[in-house]
Design a protein around this ligand. Structure first.
Ligand SMILES: Cc1cc2nc3c(=O)[nH]c(=O)nc-3n(C[C@H](O)[C@H](O)[C@H](O)COP(=O)(O)OP(=O)(O)OC[C@H]3O[C@@H](n4cnc5c(N)ncnc54)[C@H](O)[C@@H]3O)c2cc1C
Length: 379
């Protein structure tokens, strides 16, 4: 057991911190206000290999592992969570392709996604459900050497970027959810106007319409009827990013609260002298520390998964703990700021709106607890 970062990890972390300070800090507030991420930031992220971190170099990856990935996402998210989310979703889609894809699929999709030319998506949610694979209604019917997909996917991230989308559909032959790789913007693919969400402004979230979309048989991901295991295992790679992004929000909550507590005066001193404020600062530090080591551990575990079930359980409990803790931390930070924390002029207001997405996206907290309990009980 070694809780120290290596020289390489410290370098990755400081590079991401400098990137965030230099390129994200000046635009983070504008991204939130205008609900738009400037296109050139995608190529800057790619220049730093931030889309490529965990993948093998032979596929165009940076070979920095998921441990390097969590360190980067924490730093980027601390300054601008929507940007970290774009990377996280890319990693979710590519994680499934890396684990279940054929050599052809990995060679075709990983390289361009690592370079930021394409960005991956993962489309499970539908208007009827986001939690229950049994309710999926998107269909896949085999016709010659193609599958024909029809259906609507709801709340899909990165849907407006070109690249692969891992789509879950009920295939006619098995009658069960099956995973396919759809090339976004192929014939029959279209997207809605972006949803107007409370937080994560700039990270476009759209519905995706699949109308008679022809998917070549070679784009079947895994086997027919094996969508559920791919969903359960593949989404574990998304939960690493969810946790690391939430962690960045927590680090920001503590930093902003400390700063404000030492600046804001009441009567003859700063509010940091009040035990009520000190308790909040201590609570922020305690939960940040616990969340950080859980997240770093998940990143290390993902580099070399010995036991899939253990990984699924650890990803679920880490995502649950960290995103819930981040949501509470964002509220504590607002409390430290009093009414100023409710004003958009203060970073903590934005972080508060961003943090509420964590416990819901990629599986609501209650469903994560069902997964954890199911594994503990062996059911
Ligand atoms: C910012 C953002 C990004 C997103 N990105 C993506 C994406 O890229 N791809 C994607 O596929 N989805 C994405 N989503 C969708 C998100 O993952 C789902 O909305 C989420 O999983 C919850 O699904 P739902 O909204 O359909 O809720 P539901 O599944 O309808 O759940 C509603 C409530 O009912 C409870 N519930 C539901 N079923 C059960 C059950 N069987 N037993 C007990 N309780 C149950 C849940 O716990 C929850 O509290 C995104 C959403 C947001 C807000």
């Amino acid at each position: 057991m070694d809780f120290k970062l290596s020289k390489e990890q410290i370098l990755i972390q400081s590079t991401a911190r400098e990137f965030a300070e230099k390129y994200l800090e000046p635009i983070a507030e504008r991204i939130d206000r205008e609900n738009h991420i400037p296109e050139d930031i995608i190529s800057k992220l790619a220049d730093y290999d931030f889309f490529a971190l965990p993948y093998e170099e032979k596929y165009g990856g940076a070979g920095a592992g998921y441990d390097g990935y969590v360190l980067v996402l924490e730093q980027l998210s601390k300054v601008c969570k929507p940007i970290a989310s774009i990377i996280s979703v890319n990693t979710l889609g590519l994680g499934a392709i890396t684990k279940f894809g054929t050599e052809f699929q990995k060679e075709k999709y990983l390289g361009p996604c690592c370079k930021g030319e394409w960005l991956a998506s993962f489309a499970f949610t539908e208007p009827g459900t986001g939690s229950d694979p049994k309710q999926i209604t998107t269909t896949a019917v085999k016709q010659g050497d193609h599958f024909i997909l029809n259906g609507t996917k709801r709340f899909i991230s990165n849907a407006t970027f070109k690249g692969p989308m891992v789509v879950f559909a009920r295939d006619q032959e098995s009658g069960k959810p099956t995973a396919f790789i759809v090339d976004k913007f192929c014939a029959g693919y279209s997207v809605s106007e972006p949803w107007n969400k409370v937080g994560l402004h700039g990270q476009a979230l759209s519905d995706v319409y699949l109308k008679e979309v022809q998917v070549p048989a070679e784009n079947l991901l895994g086997q027919l009827g094996h969508g559920y295991p791919i969903l359960q295992y593949g989404i574990g790679f998304g939960k690493i990013g969810m946790a690391a992004s939430a962690l960045g929000g927590m680090a920001s909550a503590l930093e902003e609260s400390l700063k404000y507590a030492k600046e804001k005066t009441h009567r003859d001193g700063v509010i940091a002298k009040f035990p009520t404020i000190q308790v909040k600062l201590a609570d922020l530090a305690i939960s940040l520390e616990a969340a950080r080591w859980l997240t770093y551990r998940l990143g290390c575990m993902a580099n070399d998964i010995q036991d899939q079930i253990e990984f699924i359980k650890t990803a679920a409990l880490t995502k649950t703990f960290v995103t819930e803790a981040a949501w509470i931390a964002s509220r504590l930070a607002v409390d430290v700021h009093g009414s100023y924390g409710l004003m958009e002029d203060y970073k903590v207001a934005r972080s508060y709106r961003d943090a509420i997405t964590g416990p819901i996206v990629e599986g609501v907290t209650d469903m994560q607890k069902m997964i954890i309990a199911g594994i503990l009980l062996g059911s």
